[in-house]
Design a protein around this ligand. Structure first.
Ligand SMILES: [Zn+2]
Length: 208
């Protein structure tokens, strides 16, 4: 079944109907004041958190490091740190909240990605039911295959999973880290360690 031809309003109404049914099954009085608009709100939130299922990946705009085309810093490393992300765990549909760091080695054409584009990529792949391990892989592949043409990509994420925080084992301390590597980062452990060490450098708060 495809919803592509439907307006987002009817899709929201359809989801809201089913949310209302779930609330009834849970034993709630769906007509009481506080819950009257809840199915619509839940539907709207679900649509927002799964928007990547119905939209295209954002284009990664590139810039040239040198204007005369001569690459003066071969193997320059770019590291975008502390990108906040929220995704839905595909097993429980509960939030996963974390930070992601995206590093790449500039390719032979000396092209770099727009700063905000990296953040948009992370947000895009987080906007659907996910596994954290797949999320870092998708971000790494998207950047590796983009017009940036980097020599390698390394993506690190660290996150809290609400499905283990508020239910089940209810662990309040455990976080999950996942790392994806592409290109030169796959075999060059020295380079990988170097970038992982850079992650511990001062944070934005100490810069401004
Ligand atoms: Zn889960």
């Amino acid at each position: 079944m495809t919803y592509e031809t439907e307006t987002s309003e009817t899709l929201e109404e359809k989801i809201a109907y089913h949310v209302k049914e779930i609330l009834k099954l849970l034993g709630e009085d769906v007509e009481r004041e506080g819950l009257r608009e809840t199915p619509k709100r839940v539907a709207s939130a679900l649509l927002e958190m799964t928007s990547a299922l119905r939209t295209r990946m954002p284009y990664v705009k590139v810039f040239k490091v040198s204007e005369d085309g001569v690459v003066r810093d071969p193997n320059q490393i770019v590291l975008v740190r502390n990108v906040s992300f929220t995704t839905l765990c595909e097993h429980h549909f509960l939030p996963v909240i974390g930070k992601m760091h995206v590093a790449y080695v500039v390719g032979d054409e000396g092209k770099v990605a727009g700063f905000s584009k990296i953040i948009r990529l992370v947000n895009y792949f987080a906007s659907k039911p996910q596994l954290q391990e797949r999320l870092v892989s998708e971000v790494a592949d998207a950047l590796m295959n983009s017009d940036v043409k980097p020599k390698g990509v390394l993506v690190v994420s660290n996150a809290i999973h609400m499905c283990t925080y508020v239910r089940g084992v209810k662990d309040k301390e455990a976080t999950l880290m996942s790392i994806a590597t592409r290109g030169v980062f796959v075999k060059d452990n020295r380079l990988k360690s170097y970038v992982l060490r850079m992650l511990t450098m001062e944070s934005k708060k100490e810069l401004i």
